[in-house]
Structures are given as structure tokens and as C-alpha cells.
Write a protein that binds this ligand. Sequence first.
Ligand code: HEC
Ligand SMILES: [Cu+2]
Length: 403
Amino acid sequence: MNDTAPLTQAPQEQATLLQAPQGSAHAPQIDIVLDVINWVSLISLILITAAMLYFVFKYRRKTEHDETPHISHNLTLEVIWSVIPMVFLFGLFFFGYKTYAEINEPPANVHGAVDIYVTGRKWNWDFVYPQGGKVNSRSSLRNEKNTGLEKIADLAAFKASGKDKDFTAGDSIRLAGKNDFTLTDKGEWVKAEAAASKKLDDPKSSDLWVYQKTTDPKANYFVVPVNTPVRLHIKSEDVLHSFAIPSMRVKRDAIPGSQFRSTWFTPVKEGHYLYTCNEMCGTDHSYMIGYMKVVSMADYQKFLKDINVVDPLVAGKDCYKNKCSSCHSLEEGKKIIGPSLFNFFGTKHKTNAGEVAGDDAYMIESIKNPTAKIAEGFPPVMPPIAVSDEEMVYLIQYLKSVK
Ligand code: HEC
Ligand SMILES: [Cu+2]
């Protein structure tokens, strides 16, 4: 994987005036529906407007004594103009709905599919890989090696570091607290209006930083392999967000709570593709952006190794031992304070809210909001347990692996 390849060198198809490039296998299907709707709308608009203008002219009142003729209705005409568009619109609906349903309900068993857990918060995204490791829309590596932030005290030190060569006219930096500078087209750093450099400001930091350009894809990419089905499982930690990759023609709301919403696509071309938050979620909503990098399978494996600083099953086991094992055994039928979690997944569980399937959603709900449903025959004593999204992915994998 060539980390340093600038955006412009990526084999990225150009967007047209109306549409982002078709980056996923299902993109053409969606675009056909969209094109049909657009063309039909445009042609209808022209025909209806033309007919209207013609009739306005033809049937205008010609003398003071013109009387409007009495016309009640014409059954044949009315049936024709109702039924033909109806058949057409139903066809369009089914065609669109089929694709919509397909991409929002990823099948569970797709051979070789890649799963990524996407969590939005104000105002960045986490991408957790079940193989272990995480990428954030702010930093490309889990251990924050590559946050794009570096402490630099003043302009002289900044220039001495040679970092200024990476910036082009219009870019801003923040040095030593409130000292903001913008690069002019004459190549000079001038003191900037605070508002102008706001876009490169990290709300969490009052320290001495210089920021890498936010357009640098390596500062905020997540990586997927080409020609492989990718399942995204999306959720929010705080407010409503919406995760969208226009070129892949996918978009799914990120909803706070225990439920991951899924979507899937198969990227068909290597390159960089912009992702965005499509829900107005607060001040820095528009900076919840970054790039998805589509690479070869070999490069993808290499990327996984780069970010894989934990073994998911070991991390999952640690989480279980530290946070659950005092109340839940993993032996069949062995109760401690709560029920055994052996074979939790795939079986049904009796609760005060009826029978519930043992799936990821019920597991996450049990941990975050234990009193939502109480297991039959047990006291409602389980406290809500702080388990981060990343831990959750590992914990669930571990619990599934215990047989
Ligand atoms: C202080 C004890 C305690 C701890 C710690 C605890 N639980 Fe529980 N848990 C319970 C009790 C008691 C119940 C049954 C009552 C209920 O459903 O709330 C329960 C219920 C559950 C259920 C629902 C089981 C079913 O069959 O319906 C799940 C799933 C669960 N816990 C998972 C976990 C996980 C995972 C952890 C660790 C992150 C954990 N619990 C930590 C006490 C605990
Ligand atoms: Cu958002």
C-alpha cells in the first residue's frame, strides 16, 4: 500500500456534473432508477408545460360573450391516465425497492465478506475491525502514531521543521494557542482571522499544535479490499448521524442505542472515496468526513497487520473476565448471579418481555440497559456496564467462539 500517494494520483474516476463515480457493484442499478426518474420528470415537465401553454392560448376567452361549455367527465380518458402511470410507478417502485432492500439487509453468510463496525460521535467516526484494530476519522492508526498533529511552538520552529512545504495557498495552521496563520499565494504565512483557521482546529486541544492538511487522505482513511463484499454495521454514541459513501451509493443513519444498522456494497475499483456524515448533527458536522481507501486484498491484509495491536479473542476474553465473569459463567447451565452465557447466540431466551432471540442487539442491550428485559427466574440486579464499542465487538466474538 502506498501511504504517501497523494489523492490526485489515486486511480479515481471523475464525478460527472450530476453524480459521483460508480464505485460499487450495485451503483449502476441505483443510477438506472435515478436516471429513469429524472428523465421521466424532465420530459413530463416539458410536455405538461407545453400543453398547458397551448391550451391557455387555444381556449382563452375570445369575446365578452364566451361561455364555458359544460363538460362533466370522460371515463375512458380518466382510466387511461390513471392506470398507465400507476403501472409505470409501481414498476419503478419495485425496481428501486429491490435494490434498497438488498443493500440495507446484508445476508449473514457471504463468503469472504469483510465486516467493519462504524460508530459516529460528535464529531468523528470510529472504524473497528473485528480482526482487531481501529481507525478513527481523525487518525489513521489505533495507537495514534499518525494523528496528523505535532507540537510546534512558533512560526520559526515550524519553518525549520520543513513541514511548511506540505501546505499550499489558503491552508491554515494553529501554533501556540491562539496564533493562527494562513499561507498566502505569495508563499507567506500571515496572521489569520481566528474564524478562518477554525476548520483545522481540534476542539479538544488547547496545546501547541500544527495540523496536517485535512485533505490529506492518510490522516483519516479506512481501508477495504477491492471486489469483496463489505458489510458496515453503523451506530452512534450520541446524536443522530448518517454515514454515507456517495460513490458506493450507500447511506445509513447512525442511531444512538444498542442497535447497529447495516448496509453493504462491493467496491469494484481501487482508489480513494469520500465518506461524509449526512445528518446535520451540530457545529462540526461538516468535518465528519474522510476517505475510504479501496486496495488490493494483499494491501488490505497488510493494513490489518498495521492496525492490529490486539488479538480480538484475547481482548474479548479479558473483557469477559474483568466485567462479566463474577456473575455469568461460560459453562452450560451453570448459574452464578445471572444466567450462563454459554451458547447465548442462536438460542432463544425467556424474559419478562417475552421470548427474545440471542443476537448481537440483545447482547448489547443487556449490557448497556440491563433492565430493558429481565431474564426469567433472575433478579434484576445487573448494573449497566461500561463496555466501549471496540471491546463490545471483541467480547461478542469471544462469546460466540466459546463452544
Ligand atoms: C453484578 C452481576 C452481573 C454482572 C457483572 C453482569 N451481569 Fe449480566 N446479568 C446479571 C443478572 C442478574 C442477569 C439476569 C437479570 C437480567 O436479565 O437483568 C443478567 C442478564 C444478562 C443477559 C441476559 C441473559 C438472558 O438469558 O436473557 C446478558 C446477555 C448479560 N447479562 C450479559 C452480561 C455481560 C456480557 C456482562 C459483562 C460485560 C454482564 N452481563 C455482567 C448480572 C450481571
Ligand atoms: Cu454527524
